[in-house]
Design a protein around this ligand. Structure first.
Ligand code: ZN
Length: 371
């Protein structure tokens, strides 16, 4: 088995496309539990994984997006977290073999942390930790976090991945077409926070088509030197004759190929509406794989990616919407209270709000400053 971090340093990796919309086409009842199909219809799940392998994917993502106890609890399956997540890794491995990577997928819990909601930060770490432990013990190669709307919830997932495994971490947030997450976080602030937490790959999935995702990643690139990941939807969904249609074409998506590589995107995949097939929806994975084959020489000449970016100086960077907030961040970092200071980059919260003050000292030390 190749090492994921080594592969990432040497080549651009193709990640697969959508799972949820594929399952809906293949028997997932409206309102049904996608993760339950890992046990009730494993042949369907493996079949989708295999099609992505044939389409050229290097990374196969498990069918565990809603595999947390918080999500499975909607179906009375909250006690099946370990089994359903471990089984999902086995199914992905059946298709991926040992030449490709299996990524354990983690999605949001659907709950909001205090003070926006009533979820407790440490409880959320424990909830994500259950999934991570199953991934690690079942032999996943990495963890991928997808479609997070709240940077603090994503931070809980990252901390859980560290606490319960040593797996590489891909961390992605979802933004709307106004360029902010639902809770108001801009891509730059998300990237700065994730960079400081020391994740392996930073990026954005879902919510937007390839043009929108590219624009977000460009902003992230301005503040981080880490490898980026792009997982665009197949365009923005449209309702046509009562049916949701993703109008993007493979050509539109692959047209961004060079630009994605130029800003240091090292993993390219697809989100909602993408499939392993050319029709009816875009063949995102195979389109990019083909494009990569076709320009292997040019891509190789650019690898490994060298960022032209210089890290901003705190208190003086173009990112600063609030220079004083960054200065207080720097002061807190000097005094070893970085984890709390990061909350100050989070624009929808006031300084010191929420659980920042009770953040366990042990974790502050371990995660402060990242890397
Ligand atoms: Zn999506």
């Amino acid at each position: 088995m190749a090492d994921f971090r080594e592969a990432l340093a040497k080549q651009v990796l193709i990640l697969d496309g959508a799972m949820g919309t594929m399952l809906q086409e293949r028997g997932l009842a409206p309102g049904g539990c996608p993760e339950a199909m890992n046990e009730s219809a494993p042949e369907v799940v493996v079949g989708i994984h295999r099609e992505y392998v044939e389409a050229g994917a290097d990374i196969i993502v498990t069918n565990t997006f809603g595999g947390s106890s918080a999500k499975l609890g909607h179906y009375g399956l909250q006690d099946r977290v370990y089994d359903l997540n471990a089984r999902a890794v086995e199914l992905a491995r059946q298709a991926a073999g040992h030449d490709r990577f299996v990524a354990g997928s983690i999605g949001p819990t659907g709950r909001f942390l205090t003070p926006v909601g009533d979820a407790d930060f440490d409880e959320m770490v424990a909830v994500f930790g259950e999934q991570v432990r199953a991934f690690a013990e079942a032999g996943a190669d990495l963890v991928t976090m997808e479609t997070f709307l709240d940077i603090r919830e994503l931070r809980a997932a990252v901390i859980a991945a560290r606490e319960f495994s040593s797996l590489p971490i891909v961390a992605q947030m979802t933004f709307d077409d106004g360029g902010r997450s639902v809770l108001g976080t801009p891509p730059e602030a998300a990237a700065v926070t994730l960079d400081a937490l020391g994740v392996d790959v930073i990026g954005s999935n879902c919510g937007l088509g390839i043009d929108g995702i590219y624009a977000l990643l460009e902003k992230m690139r301005a503040v981080t030197s880490r490898p980026l990941i792009s997982q665009a939807n197949a365009g923005l969904p449209e309702l046509r004759n009562g049916v949701t249609v993703f109008p993007g074409t493979p050509e539109e998506m692959t047209a961004y190929h060079d630009r994605l590589l130029a800003i240091g995107v090292r993993i390219i995949g697809g989100c909602c509406g993408t499939t392993p097939h050319p029709r009816p929806y875009p063949c995102y994975a195979s389109g990019f794989a083909g494009a990569l084959d076709g320009m292997a020489g040019a891509a190789a000449a650019r690898l490994p990616f060298q960022s032209q970016h210089r890290r901003p100086h705190w208190g003086g960077c173009s990112l600063c919407r609030d220079r004083r907030a960054h200065q207080s961040y720097r002061q807190e970092k000097v005094h070893g209270r970085t984890a709390r200071g990061q909350d100050r980059l989070y624009p929808s919260r006031g300084p010191g709000a929420g659980r920042g003050g009770s953040y366990p000292a042990r974790r502050q030390l371990r995660y402060a400053g990242g890397g």
